[in-house]
Design a protein around this ligand. Structure first.
Ligand SMILES: [Zn+2]
Ligand SMILES: [Zn+2]
Ligand SMILES: [Zn+2]
Length: 157
């Protein structure tokens, strides 16, 4: 019954260091700063990360958490490009026009285009940039595949 032995040891420690978020009744060990138990330590870290992300978003784009939620809701919680669900386990990426004159391209309230998932941000927008002509050329490629003009000259493709 090692558990009972551990429980006693824990109880002795808990008298000194009781988790600040657990309330009075718990005897859970609180070995983390605060002091906090493992559960509340995890929760605090998550809150801190959220707060940091909020601060960064405000500093970079001038967007409040409410702005972010409004955008996410307006996109039905989906990536603006591929329509995959976003913003569930991690924060959606904020896409902006890098050619913006107001902020010099670093991102601001006036050039945010939408919320996208990480793949679309990196692989689609990151790769093809901010040039709509690049994307028109891709549409053209799909609608009129160039290989077909070579391989099947008689077809009407
Ligand atoms: Zn706790
Ligand atoms: Zn996407
Ligand atoms: Zn801008």
């Amino acid at each position: 019954m090692t558990e009972a032995v551990e429980g006693e040891a824990v109880e002795a420690r808990a008298v000194v260091r009781r988790c600040v978020d657990c309330g009075e009744l718990t005897k859970r060990p609180a070995p983390y700063p605060g002091p906090r138990c493992a559960t509340h330590h995890r929760e605090k870290r998550k809150r801190d990360k959220e707060r940091q992300a909020d601060a960064k978003m405000l500093k970079t784009y001038g967007l409040t958490p409410e702005d972010y939620q409004d955008l996410l809701a307006s996109q039905n919680g989906r990536c603006a490009l591929c329509h995959r669900r976003i913003g569930v386990s991690r924060r959606a990426a904020i896409d902006h026009d890098h050619g913006c004159g107001k902020c010099g391209g670093s991102g601001c309230r006036f050039c945010v285009r939408g919320l996208v998932d990480g793949l679309c941000n990196k692989d689609v927008l990151g790769r093809f940039g901010d040039d709509p002509d690049r994307f028109r050329a891709i549409v053209d490629y799909l609608e009129r595949p160039p290989a077909q003009r070579v391989l099947n000259r008689t077809s009407t493709v």
